[in-house]
Design a protein around this ligand. Structure first.
Ligand code: SF4
Length: 208
């Protein structure tokens, strides 16, 4: 507030003031009108405020999430009513963005509601020119099967180091990639899964 007053004091005065009401005039008129109505007993401002706040927050659950657009990993608050996402906004408590979002982050909600958004996995068979919807179970089954096949066919059990054959038990055929959206807990599980599967290649999207 202090800064805004100092800035306006530095502005040059208008030499020919306009007779048209400016934005500040409208703002003042609105406040005075509201106060006048309240004084007349026509408007119970605290009740209106309380009712609007209650309406805005009624049956709303808030969840923390993060922006999925880039590697900054800005925090967001998702408001959900009746199982439906109704708003997404910057998370003021998040250490990365302190509530702010760039234009991409701000446009995340429309991408969520877009009719063009893919909501189920799709599969294009080898040689086919079209994608078909598949179930999540089918997608997971296919991915797991491919990982298993690749792992088994590329497994390196031992490696020669100097004059010794030493066990290494790994595959160099696939990699894991995480991103800034992943939480510490998710990253812990990724690392565990990657090491158990035998890959040493674990990357972060921000390094690519
Ligand atoms: S809000 Fe912008 S800067 Fe932050 S993660 Fe999303 S795209 Fe990146």
């Amino acid at each position: 507030m202090q800064q805004r007053e100092e800035l306006s004091a530095q502005r040059p005065e208008r030499t020919a003031p306009s007779t048209l009401p400016n934005r500040r005039d409208w703002f003042n008129a609105t406040i005075l009108g509201g106060v006048g109505l309240a004084l007349d007993g026509l408007l119970d401002l605290p009740a209106v405020k309380a009712a609007s706040r209650e309406f805005k927050l009624s049956n709303v659950s808030e969840f923390t999430t993060s922006c999925n657009f880039c590697s900054c990993g800005c925090g967001m608050i998702a408001a959900v009513r009746d199982g439906k996402l109704i708003t997404l906004e910057g998370d003021y408590d998040h250490v990365v963005n302190r509530g702010s979002l760039c234009v991409k982050g701000m446009s995340m909600f429309p991408t969520h509601t877009s009719p063009q958004r893919l909501q189920v996995p799709r599969y294009r068979a080898p040689g086919s020119d079209r994608w078909v919807d598949i179930t999540w179970e089918d997608a997971i089954e296919r991915i797991a099967g491919k990982i298993r096949t690749i792992r088994d066919t590329t497994w390196i059990a031992t490696e020669r180091v100097g004059d010794k054959e030493v066990p290494v038990n790994r595959t160099d055929a696939f990699a894991f990639m995480g991103g800034a959206q992943n939480t510490n807990e998710e990253c812990y599980l990724f690392q565990k899964a990657a090491r158990l599967l035998g890959t040493v290649s674990v990357e972060h999207q921000a390094r690519l």
